[in-house]
Ligand binder design. Structure first.
Ligand SMILES: [Zn+2]
Length: 303
């Protein structure tokens, strides 16, 4: 749980009785945790069955695109390492599409996933999956990995700093960690809400989504935990569609449509042998604070 140290800062949003503050002590935006909520239990039983009912099915339709997306992260890590990575840990494995991508690339990979339905789905494909929350106890039973993938997790956990420190128990000086989080309270989101003259911050979603990172705050928390960021990129800034007039907020049909267009763009570069150009574009955009999800690579900071 969060330390008793005061979480204070300007309130930047309010939702479902939660106050979201730009915390001066944590250096990132987060919800004020309510003592009576058991977040671990929330995840195990509710996340994939109630909050994300179509998640597993939608991912199935996107399998080829996820393979490309995750494959790029695997090869990025191999480029950043002195020797090729062999054993991987995937924290927050969901329905197992990262496990598929890693296994296809001959990586020995284990996934950990608190959601029961998702964990069962991933395990049904023959992967090694631990159906639990990533805790210090679980971490201590796993040993050291060449690479760790932790995508769309830090925004959900009650204490992300502590979580990052636990991950480091599974790292040595050569291990590379890939952390992916949504890029929130971003420039694009701010322009869009101003254009609409509507201050509803659709990306604010407690109690499932507790923490909100941007480029600077993600780097700060990684560094505060004892890591050194060695490569920064991001995923396609899909919210640019909002500024182009495609308002997909709360509109699943429109949301799928813009996602198809993003896929088409990325496959066009990939299939024509130009994926490196697109990678470079995303890296440059990250420097400008653009990109819907931040994808940061880090190592233990030797001090
Ligand atoms: Zn705080």
């Amino acid at each position: 749980m969060m330390k008793k140290a005061a979480h204070i800062g300007v309130e930047v949003a309010k939702r479902n009785t939660y106050s979201i503050i730009d915390c001066e002590n944590c250096n990132f935006i987060h919800a004020l945790i309510q003592e009576n909520t058991n977040h671990q239990e929330l995840y195990k039983t509710h996340f994939y069955s109630e909050e994300k009912p179509n998640y597993i099915e939608d991912n199935k339709n996107d399998a080829e695109w996820w393979d490309l997306t995750y494959g790029l992260r695997v090869s990025q890590i191999d480029k950043l390492r002195l020797s090729e990575s062999k054993n991987w840990l995937d924290i927050g494995t969901g329905p197992g599409y990262f496990l598929d991508a890693a296994a296809r690339r001959m990586k020995d990979v284990v996934g950990i996933e608190p959601g029961q339905l998702a964990a069962e789905h991933a395990a049904s494909k023959g992967h090694r999956v631990i159906n639990d929350y990533f805790t210090e106890k679980i971490s201590s039973e796993l040993g050291i990995f060449d690479a760790i993938h932790c995508s769309e997790v830090l925004e959900h956990v009650p204490d992300p700093l502590d979580f990052l420190k636990t991950i480091q128990l599974n790292m040595n000086s050569e291990t590379i960690l890939c952390t992916v989080v949504p890029n929130d309270f971003s420039l694009i989101q701010s322009i869009f809400t101003q254009n609409k003259n509507n201050d509803e911050k659709w990306w604010v979603d407690p109690p499932f989504h507790l923490n909100y990172f941007a480029r600077e705050s993600l780097r700060k928390i990684l560094e505060a935990s004892g890591l050194k960021v060695i490569h920064e990129t991001s995923m396609f800034p899909i919210d640019l569609f909002l500024l182009m007039g495609d308002d997909y907020i709360g509109n699943d049909v429109k949301g799928k449509e813009v996602h198809q267009r993003r896929k088409k763009l990325e496959f066009s570069f990939y299939k024509s042998g130009n994926i490196e150009i697109l990678n470079n574009l995303y890296e440059q955009m990250t420097k400008l604070g653009l990109g819907r999800e931040l994808v940061f690579f880090s190592k233990l900071d030797k001090k």
